[in-house]
Design a binder for this molecule. Structure first.
Ligand code: AMP
Ligand code: MG
Length: 488
């Protein structure tokens, strides 16, 4: 038993104080027998939280929202959002709570937030709960994204509640403790705008500037600068998703952050065979959120943010639209340049290579990968060996050998750097079949496979003896039918 005593846990309530209209004080549902499933000790340390105390009965009660430290003021946050293109004026935290803000070792605040902590007034028809599998899934994939260097919310812990959650089948319940640079979303601005209260909208924008894009405060037009900063952060984020083969799956405006962090790991998955049409989510029937659509979708979401910000951009609406449009148009260039420099890095190309050489090389490669159904992640890793002179591992995954041979000759002529290729192309991503296998076992009470997979994806660039199976693509019959579910 831990003897750790209760530390003074300073949870601030900045958001609740600055934006009370969007913060509904609320309490988590009581959990009788919380049981820790996984704790992120390095993250706890970064937040100044004592891991032994978090494992103690009082610490566990904090992690399910039942211990509210002095001065803390847990709230459900209000937001609106476009879900699959349809506007909902009132979404909000239906099963989540913002416990408050903590200061990270980097000196900047972080939200400590719970998911699965019971119904709130925003729950609509939902039960307010979350199941062990989907919460461990968020933990695993968000930690994998972090290890890949992709901006993301983090996961501090998953605690089993002992409650039964009814989905298609009865499932064990859990609460995820999530850490984010904030939970401000495009949907937060849509909500503030829809109230018609321009003062609220301005306070929200100023709060977002202070928290995420402080340099915008010094700009000639701070609110336009905020919008430009969000455009830039999201262009860079989605380029990173595309380079990693990540499909978010539910890019609703309420799941698009102002910080530029990836949020809400519901039906997300990594592509295996490279194909822009890849869709995993069972409810995304039209392929709105397909892998290759993500840059377009994020631009659409940013246009919704611009609409929400309009009253702050100019007194005259037409002038506001003009300013917002110019900033939105810049998205294309920002995205293209982030994607193209990322692809140059993946291919180990020398700096300063002319665009009219690099671009066709990249485009031709993507066409070849697609036509030959080549596994995205392992292809780039095999390139490292090709750069060192052994092209066989690359050749063996192509049907059209003449075409890949011709491409390899062009690429090698540019002098790719093999070590650079290995530094940026992961061996381990959370492959779908491995995630499903680990979560099924964990739901049944056996966490060994989850722990191993977590270990692998936390060291994404490391080839390790005994870990070969974490690097291999899924069996074909698995990939052909793989679907993910939103009903988490
Ligand atoms: P998501 O698609 O997970 O981002 O959630 C969209 C909206 O549905 C948010 O307002 C959530 O709070 C709400 N929601 C999702 N699942 C539940 C649930 N089980 N109970 C209550 N609200 C939920
Ligand atoms: Mg969400």
């Amino acid at each position: 038993m831990s003897t750790a005593s209760s530390p003074t846990l300073a949870l601030d309530d900045q958001f609740a104080r600055a934006l009370p209209e969007m913060a509904l004080p609320w309490q988590a549902e009581p959990v009788d027998e919380p049981r820790l499933l996984v704790l992120n000790e390095p993250l706890a340390a970064e937040l100044g939280l004592d891991a032994d105390w978090l494992r103690s009965p009082e610490g566990l009660r904090l992690l399910v929202g039942n211990h509210v430290p002095d001065g803390a003021n847990p709230v459900a946050q209000a937001y609106a959002g476009h879900q699959f293109g349809n506007y909902s004026p009132r979404l909000g935290d239906g099963r989540a709570l913002l416990l408050g803000e903590l200061v990270h070792a980097d000196g900047r605040p972080r939200d400590l937030h719970l998911k699965g902590s019971g119904r709130t007034p925003f729950a609509r028809g939902g039960d307010g709960l979350a199941a062990v599998g989907p919460m461990l899934r968020e933990y695993l994939v968000s930690e994998a994204m972090h290890a890949l260097g992709i901006p993301t919310t983090r996961s501090l812990a998953v605690v089993a509640t002992g409650r039964t959650v009814h989905r298609e089948t009865p499932l064990p319940g859990a609460v995820l403790a999530r850490v984010a640079s904030s939970h401000l979303r495009v949907g937060s601005f849509q909500y503030a705008r829809a109230t018609g209260d321009v003062d609220l909208l301005r306070r929200l924008a100023d709060h977002a500037i202070a928290r995420h894009h402080p340099s915008a405060a010094d700009a000639e037009h701070p609110h336009l600068a905020l919008f430009e900063a969000v455009v830039a952060a999201q262009a860079s984020l989605v380029a990173r998703w595309m380079l990693a083969g990540f499909v978010h799956g539910v890019m609703n405006t309420d799941n698009t952050t102002i910080s530029g962090e990836t949020i809400d790991y519901g039906p997300c998955a990594f592509v295996e065979a490279y194909d822009p049409h890849t869709v995993f989510s069972s409810i995304d029937q039209q392929g709105r959120y397909a892998y290759g659509n993500q840059p377009l979708v994020i631009q659409w979401n940013l246009a919704r943010l611009a609409e929400a910000l309009l009253p702050l951009l100019a007194d005259d609406q037409e002038q506001g639209v003009e300013l917002a449009t110019a900033a939105l148009v810049a998205f294309g260039d920002r995205y293209d340049s982030a994607f193209s420099s990322g692809m140059r890095a993946k291919l180990g190309l020398p700096a300063g290579l002319a665009d009219d050489v690099a671009s066709p090389l990249v485009d031709d490669l993507l066409a070849l990968l697609r036509a030959n159904h080549v596994d995205h992640t392992s292809f780039y890793r095999r390139l490292g060996r090709a750069a060192r002179g052994d092209a066989e591992p690359v050749r063996e995954v192509f049907l059209d050998l003449a075409a890949i041979d011709e491409w390899i000759i062009r690429w090698r002529a540019l002098g790719p750097d093999a070590d650079a290729v290995d530094r940026v192309n992961p061996v381990h991503v959370p492959r779908n079949h491995l995630v499903e296998e680990a979560l099924a076992a964990a739901t049944g009470g056996d966490q060994e496979a989850f722990a191993q997979l977590l270990d692998a994806v936390r060291a994404p660039y490391e080839e390790r003896p005994g870990f070969e199976r974490f690097a291999a693509p899924a069996p074909e019959d698995f990939s052909a039918t793989y679907r993910t579910f939103c009903g988490t």
